[in-house]
Write a protein that binds this ligand. Structure first.
Ligand code: SAH
Length: 258
């Protein structure tokens, strides 16, 4: 019998946010390799026929290196098993899903990808922040904060004028905010940090570009967290009044430009 690998996007951590395709793939699985950020509390029930392998990072333990995860996927599939690789969010958003697909291709193992609800969009949503809003922001950019951005990247980001969403951005927040300010972003630009979205410990910290590092430090903000930079943050913070004001301003600009 020939095995296979299905990369499954598990969403931001809440079981309700698994797709129907994800639930089906889990039901059918014989081995599940899962991450810390994927929903895993009831995995034994969701994947009753599977051996469950935790390959994620946990405090005090080292993560299994990516090459080893890929080797495990291939090894189980070549032994004839239906393997599910359960990942947080969407497999193709800063999740190394592409590397795992390539590893399967190289080994001649059939591989499929089930998309998931990405934290980049859903976690701000859980805090009441829409990434786009007519008249306020018509674009969003998702960036990794894993490594500091280059001055060029910071310049482009600050110049775009839309919403910026940063994943893995808690540690690099000081260099990001300083870099954006240097690149010309308004010091008063609203910033929100949403920790542990869709869990009982979800928490939102709000500030401005100039003071968010201090505010976040005082609140002891920790990962996993999604950072949102842009006027849309005010929609959650100040609500309807802010939206009306921002849209009046946008309409004013449009009248002048038109
Ligand atoms: N593929 C994933 C992202 C992987 S990178 C996706 O599409 O969501 C891991 C980062 O995602 C974390 O450092 C954090 O920035 C973010 N993240 C994932 N789940 C989260 C959650 N429940 N709450 C807050 N941030 C989360």
């Amino acid at each position: 019998m020939s095995g296979s690998v299905t990369l499954v996007g598990g969403g931001p951590g809440q079981e309700d946010l698994l797709t129907v395709a994800a639930v089906r793939a889990l039901l059918d699985a014989e081995v599940v390799l899962y991450d810390r950020l994927a929903p895993h509390d009831r995995l034994a029930e969701l994947a009753p026929g599977a051996v469950l392998v935790d390959v994620g990072k946990r405090p005090g333990h080292h993560a299994i290196p990516q090459a080893e995860i890929e080797a495990l996927l291939v090894e189980h599939a070549l032994a004839g098993r239906r393997v599910v690789r359960l990942k947080g969010g969407d497999p193709y958003v800063l999740g190394r899903g592409g590397e795992e697909v390539l590893a399967c291709h190289r080994a001649g193992v059939p591989v499929e990808v089930v998309p998931g609800v990405t934290s980049a969009i859903s976690v701000p949503g859980a805090a009441g922040i829409p990434l786009t809003h007519r008249g306020i922001s018509h674009l969003f950019t998702v960036v990794s904060g894993h490594a500091p951005l280059t001055p060029d990247e910071l310049g482009h980001l600050a110049g775009l004028g839309g919403t910026i969403v940063v994943l893995m951005g808690v540690n690099t927040l000081p260099s990001l905010t300083a870099g954006l300010a240097r690149a010309g972003m308004a010091e008063r630009m609203p910033v929100a940090i949403i920790e542990r979205g869709y869990s009982a410990e979800q928490r939102t910290t709000i500030g401005e570009l100039a003071d968010i590092v201090t505010t976040a430090g005082r609140a002891r903000v920790a990962s996993p967290a999604v950072v949102v930079i842009g006027e849309v943050v005010r929609l959650a913070h100040d609500g309807d009044a802010s939206a009306a004001e921002l849209m009046d301003r946008a309409a004013g600009f449009a009248a002048v430009a038109g």
